[in-house]
Design a protein around this ligand. Structure first.
Ligand SMILES: CCc1ccc([C@H](C)CC(=O)N[C@@H]2O[C@H](CO)[C@@H](O)[C@H](O)[C@H]2O)cc1
Length: 818
């Protein structure tokens, strides 16, 4: 019987107040007459959780009844950040919550600070997954997210004496009100062992006899849509020892070992790999990948079989989205289930696989693609290796028919890479097995077709598409910039833009309107003050909010060229120092903010962090400079810090060497908040330029097509003296630690150095910086560019991205819960 009323939990402020007090007493178990901020946060969170669960149930029942085709978004990483404020906004109960809390003497903003980030991911790929979930829910698509419930999220970055130190992120320490443990939803996951044969009704079948089994238990995280009742599910798996374990050890009376084995099982989902660069071929990482793949597929097949018996219908009801190659083992797992367990014949099974999977890659360079050593795979997953060999055998046979003895092509395209160490190329497996392959920006998809996956594009041009990334305006405007949100709604005369983001284009006509400009600057000033207070609290550095806040926040990578940014700051400092006092009056004050984590084993990246600190130390304590220039490193950059930094930034930098950033998504968050971009023509920035026009941002540097020849000619490149000077200052210890920075300087100088063309782009970078300075003093022009940036940001919403995936890749349609 379907409930036609709007749920039974009331959302008026009195009901919410009552709910909060009830949870204080009965959930948090504190006296309802005295409780602190954290307890109030817990009580409010549980009150909101109740409302999420109600909508989750309604959505689940309705979708189950309608049985539409669903998409399953498979990702080893989800960078969710905080949930309280986002849930309250999407449920549309913010005002009521604020009212209820003020009655109780609490402030929503203060309570929201009590929540730790769910940092179950590294960077771009992980946050994209989270933004996509928000849009899938808001657009009423029948969808699930599947991932891993790491006990330890991405490490906390602690800076000691300018050096990055990693601290464990035990985020579950005080429980997590945003998840529901589903003790009854658990599946056995097998590892190791051997493959035997058995005859069933005269037919031979393979059976995998495992050496080890662990239990996967589901933890559900309701994902509310904005302005809709639809609330979808992010199901994360945690590893638990399976009972079968104990019996064995107990029988042998070896109690200690029994306990140790139990703990061993839990380690599978214990920690997120903090590396977003290279694959170490670690067994635990492979175990994590298969663990979540096996549990997710068992859950997906169970749900399918609840209503269907014929697996031919599987691809009509199930779309499996591979978020990079990390979940690609599901291809071999689905083949194993269909052939070994459901006893379909190979071709039937292969047909189903080919119609169910779609694959997105976030990698630009061939070297970045995931490869798994055959030995490792063979010992942990013997049956899957067999299946991958079989898939590859049939694929290569097919290639031979088409390309005859073009062995170079065959060995490039083979899923199995021969050589001293044989590897399985997970990207090749994913492309061969998927009906659609896409990059995450137009230029990225072009590079895939012409370089990275050229052979495959020539073979299957119809498979290749592009889906430019996006970000959700719910978190990145409504949640993190309520002032701007209100202003936009006022000038558009509706808040419909929050669900229909193209309406933002309506701001264009007002971009030069002095009244809007004034209000726009006011809002931005309030956000800058908030950021300035945070900077002072974090670093002790007092910054002036009249200065231009120039920001670069993202993971530390050589290709993202944080070093180029630091070298230009040294240049700016050096220029000011050598200026006659009088000329200093013309200097446009800057506060330079750099933030981001370095993968623990990435030495060069860690040296860049130290360099920022020693340069900051020099500049910030130089009386000659005062407020003309400040440099601050923002520690422990994560989603909630981004929500503070983005609205308070005037200029944001996205300065990767052209051809190295697959897309970039932080640029889109800054764009939505009216922050101007200083960028190279790389990744999604090319589409941003297309949308808002070259004259509304600052572009510099070598273009994509110029890079290869510039690298070839690097030997006879005339290094600009300004560049040579700042590098020499670092190398000679002007900021101290000269020796420590030697390898860093070597990486950008001399032959074999400067692969990322810092020297080549330095002068045009300085010109772009000067253009930004010049524009900043013309506040009307700057504000107009800021408004036009936000007005053109609608295209970069994940609502557009998800709409394209749904239509062109997944073939799903909305299923709106009444
Ligand atoms: C070593 C394991 C590993 C390797 C790569 C990765 C990710 C693919 C790295 C990543 O986050 N890439 C970024 O993905 C974003 C979302 O598509 C893009 O916007 C960025 O350009 C891309 O660098 C995670 C973990």
């Amino acid at each position: 019987v379907f409930k036609l009323m709007d749920g039974y939990l009331k959302n008026d402020s009195v009901s919410l107040q009552k709910a909060i007090l009830d949870h204080v007493e009965f959930t948090v178990a504190r006296s309802r007459f005295s409780f602190d901020d954290f307890e109030a946060y817990q009580a409010l969170s549980h009150s909101v959780r109740d409302r999420l669960i109600e909508r989750w149930h309604d959505t689940h029942q309705y979708v189950k009844r309608k049985d539409p085709k669903r998409v399953y978004f498979l990702s080893l990483e989800f960078l969710m950040g905080r949930s309280l404020s986002n849930s309250i906004i999407n449920l549309g109960i913010k005002d009521q919550c604020v009212e209820a809390l003020s009655q109780l003497g609490f402030e929503l903003e203060v309570l929201a600070e009590q929540e730790g980030d769910a940092a179950l991911g590294n960077g771009g790929l992980a946050r994209l997954s989270a933004c996509i979930m928000d849009s899938l829910a808001t657009l009423d698509f029948p969808a699930w997210g599947y991932g891993l419930r790491y006990q330890y999220g991405l490490f906390r970055q602690v800076i000691l004496d300018g050096f990055q130190h990693e601290q464990p992120d035990y985020w579950l320490n005080f429980g997590n009100p945003w998840e529901i443990e589903r003790v009854h939803i658990s599946y056995p996951v097998k590892f190791y062992g051997t493959v035997e044969e058995e005859i069933v009704d005269g037919k031979k079948f393979k059976i995998w006899v495992p050496g080890e089994t662990v239990e996967a238990v589901a933890y559900d995280n309701p994902i509310p849509g904005y302005g809709t009742r639809n609330t979808i599910n992010l199901r994360l798996w945690a590893a638990k020892p399976s009972d079968q374990y104990d019996m064995e050890s107990f029988n042998t009376g070896d109690y200690i070992n029994a306990v140790i084995n139990r703990q061993k099982a839990e380690t599978i989902s214990s920690v997120l790999y903090p590396d977003d660069r290279s694959y170490q071929g670690k067994e635990l990482r492979l175990k994590q990948q298969y663990f979540f793949v096996s549990a997710s597929l068992q859950d997906i097949v169970r749900r399918f079989k609840d209503l269907h018996t014929n697996f031919q219908e599987f691809p009509d009801k199930v779309a499996l989205q591979l978020n990079d190659t990390h979940p690609s083992l599901m291809i071999a797992e689905l083949m194993r289930v269909l052939v070994d367990e459901e006893h379909l014949d190979w071709n039937e099974a292969w047909g189903i696989v080919g119609k169910a999977f779609s694959f997105t890659t976030h990698i630009v360079v061939l070297e970045g693609l995931e490869k798994i050593p055959v030995d490792l795979l063979g010992s942990l997953l013997p049956r899957h290796l067999q299946i991958i060999y079989d898939i590859n055998f049939l694929f290569v046979e097919d290639l031979k028919k088409r390309f005859g003895s073009d062995y170079d092509r065959l060995s490039r395209m083979s899923i199995v890479e021969e050589g001293p160490v044989k590897n399985v190329r997970m990207a090749n497996l994913s492309i061969v097995s998927s009906h659609t392959v896409n990059g995450v920006s137009q230029v990225h998809s072009q590079i895939l077709k012409t370089k990275v996956f050229k052979d495959f594009y020539e073979l299957w041009p119809e498979k290749f598409q592009h889906k430019t990334n996006g970000v959700t305006q719910r978190r990145w405007i409504v949640g993190s910039n309520p002032g701007l949100c209100g202003l936009i709604t006022k000038w558009l005369g509706t808040e419909a833009w929050i669900r229909n983001v193209d309406l933002l284009l309506g701001l264009r006509q007002h971009a030069a309107n002095p009244e809007l400009q004034e209000e726009w600057r006011m809002i931005r000033r309030v956000n800058k003050k908030r950021l300035a207070d945070y900077i002072e609290a974090m670093s002790g550095v007092k910054v002036c909010i009249d200065a231009m806040f120039d920001v670069q926040v993202k993971r530390i990578h050589e290709y993202k060229r944080q070093l180029l940014n630091v070298l230009s700051i040294i240049h700016r400092y050096d220029c000011i120092k050598n200026m006659k006092k009088g000329d200093r009056r013309k200097v446009v004050s800057r506060v330079c903010l750099i933030g981001g984590k370095a993968a623990p084993g990435y030495e060069i990246a860690k040296k860049i962090i130290k360099l920022v600190h020693v340069v900051a130390e020099k500049i910030n304590n130089d009386p000659d400079i005062g407020d003309l220039l400040k440099l601050v490193f923002i520690p422990d950059y994560n989603v909630s810090v981004a929500e503070l930094v983005v609205p308070g930034s005037d200029l944001s930098q996205h300065i990767s060497t052209a051809g190295h950033e697959a897309s970039g998504t932080s640029s889109m968050k800054f764009l939505m908040n009216g922050c101007l971009l200083l960028a190279t023509a790389d990744g999604s920035t090319l589409e941003i330029i297309e949308e808002i026009g070259e004259d509304n941002l600052f572009v510099f540097g070598a273009k994509l097509h110029e890079v290869p020849s510039l690298r070839d000619k690097a030997r006879d490149f005339e290094v600009p003296r300004q560049f040579a000077r700042v590098v020499r200052m670092v190398r000679e210890g002007y900021f101290g630690f000269g020796d420590y920075f030697e390898s860093l300087c070597d990486s950008i100088e001399g032959n074999g150095g400067d692969f990322y063309l810092l020297g080549n782009d330095f002068m045009s970078y300085l010109e772009a910086q000067a253009a930004a300075d010049k524009t900043f003093v013309d506040q009307e022009r700057w504000t107009q560019m800021s408004i036009l940036s936000a007005a053109g940001s609608g295209r970069f919403s994940t609502d557009r991205t998800v709409g394209e995936y749904a239509e062109k890749t997944w073939g799903i349609t909305p299923c709106k819960c009444p």
